[in-house]
Design a binder for this molecule. Structure first.
Ligand code: PMP
Length: 446
């Protein structure tokens, strides 16, 4: 019953789903496929052509508005005027690689580092989360002398060759590389004892022993503290404490992949790992960092970067260019000035409460969980047996689209809706999604 599809296949458009006579979008879909061929990844049975967006709303080519409950990249709101303005001004003034001194770049680095624990005092800027994670793997290997990495079973950490090795969700049904071990996600919905941390730490201990029996030394563990592609596991907060202690006891490093939970989404603090009260060795980030301008980064303790630099050099032409830095600064300003961390906390709690209320009417809702504005809504065909129901998740995703709401799925079985709208989402928006989910579930008789 495990998800046989890779992560990109969840809610993906299948060219066979448009019949020969074609929906309205047939010519646009054909055009896309002619250029991009099998690498093309489109959402929905009948894809949407988007033309503009603002705040939490997106608009398609036919002028139809959609409430965005999917996109965590434009996290301070689509086309936020302060970010647009910062990018436009900087691109008209200077944009160049990173080998010159530049005030905007250094100001951004200082602001970003100031938002992290004091021990994490150095930074490398990249263009994507994948690049940041790729570099973090190299740093961990250089600093520990080990090669082995531990990840969760349905993790996704990006798209380079090395990062795909530590992203089991990108390679379903294929054996993992010998230096990678996958441990079960901290699924407290299915693990009856509620001890998510103890179980995860025990699985990590077991994986390290298995590495040792094969002569593989531990480099570390990489995890996204909201376990986004695993199906959204947030609680109990602090469950990562025993896990990081186990990794450290065996000389490994802990890489906190903040590409999903970072920049305020989980509602308690700017960084997802802070909910767990842990101090990671390396923090990687991406997606929301530039609110749509491609940015990524790796922050870490100075001595780890020194250990890496002693044996390898790293240069990234576009990483941390002045326009990226201007975008990044504007994002940090907006998060602070608009109180978006607090908004994520308050609206997220309200949203989960609303979903729990409709769960009383719909047996198909097995669980509502998450932190801040990262919510998992799990569908089951049998509540007692907790049987995953990916067909219901798919029906709800496509039904909500018909009602003008954009949403996606995650999890090992593809049966968990991942709800992660821009952080300027309001209670009224949450009410709309709750009501429409109720309507769609009634339409589906679920
Ligand atoms: N880590 C996580 C947890 C992610 O979700 C993603 C992207 N989905 C990445 C890393 C990779 O980021 P990017 O696509 O910017 O390379």
């Amino acid at each position: 019953m495990r998800q046989e599809k890779e992560i990109l296949a969840l809610n993906a458009f299948d060219p066979r789903s448009l019949d020969g006579s074609g929906g309205a979008h047939r010519p646009a879909v054909d055009r896309r496929l002619r250029s991009f061929g099998t690498s093309s990844v489109l959402f929905y049975r009948d894809p949407i052509e988007m033309v503009r967006a603002e705040g939490v709303w997106m608009q398609d080519a036919q002028g139809r508005r959609y409430l965005d409950v999917y996109n965590n990249v434009p996290s301070v709101g689509h086309c936020h005027p302060r970010v647009v303005d910062a990018i436009s001004r900087q691109v008209g003034q200077l944009n160049v690689h990173t080998r010159y001194l530049n005030d905007v770049v250094d100001t951004y680095a200082e602001r970003l580092l100031a938002s992290l624990p004091a021990e994490i005092d150095n930074l490398v800027l990249t263009c994507t989360g994948s690049e940041a994670n790729d570099l973090a793997l190299r740093v961990a290997q250089a600093a520990t002398g080990g090669t082995g990495f531990i990840v969760t079973e349905t993790a996704y950490h990006g798209n380079t060759a090395a990062v795909t090795d530590v992203s089991p969700s990108s390679r379903p049904g294929r054996p993992l590389a010998s230096h990678v071990a996958a441990v079960p996600a901290p699924d407290i919905y299915r693990a009856a004892d509620g001890d998510a941390g103890g179980r995860l730490a025990a699985a990590v201990e077991h994986a390290i022993a298995d590495f040792a029996s094969r002569g593989i030394r531990l480099a570390g563990m990489i995890a996204d503290s909201i376990f986004s592609s695993d199906g959204v596991y947030a609680d109990p907060a602090s469950f990562l404490k025993p896990v990081i202690a186990t990794i450290r006891a065996h000389g490994g490093l802990f890489i906190a992949d903040e590409v999903q939970p970072g920049f305020g989404r989980t509602g308690d603090a700017l960084w997802g790992f802070e909910r767990h009260g842990i101090l990671p060795d390396i923090v990687t980030m991406g997606k929301p960092m530039g609110n749509g301008f491609p940015m990524g980064g790796m922050a870490l303790r100075r001595e780890l970067l020194e250990a890496f630099s002693a044996q390898d050099k790293y240069f990234n032409t576009f990483g941390g260019n002045p326009v990226a830095a201007a975008a990044g600064l504007a994002v940090l300003d907006v998060i602070r000035d608009e109180g978006l961390v607090e908004n994520a906390r308050a609206v997220g709690a309200y949203f989960r409460q609303g979903l729990r209320e409709i769960a009383n009417r719909h047996e198909a809702i097995g669980d509502v969980r998450g932190a801040g504005l990262f919510i998992g809504l799990e569908f089951v065909s049998d509540r007692a047996a907790k049987t995953p129901a990916p067909e219901i998740a798919s029906g709800v995703i496509n039904g909500l689209r018909e009602h003008g709401v954009l949403i996606g799925a995650a999890g090992a079985y593809g049966n968990v809706l991942k709800i992660r709208p821009p952080l300027c989402f309001s209670r009224e928006h949450a009410d709309m999604v709750v009501e429409l989910t109720d309507t769609v579930l009634r339409e589906l008789h679920a």
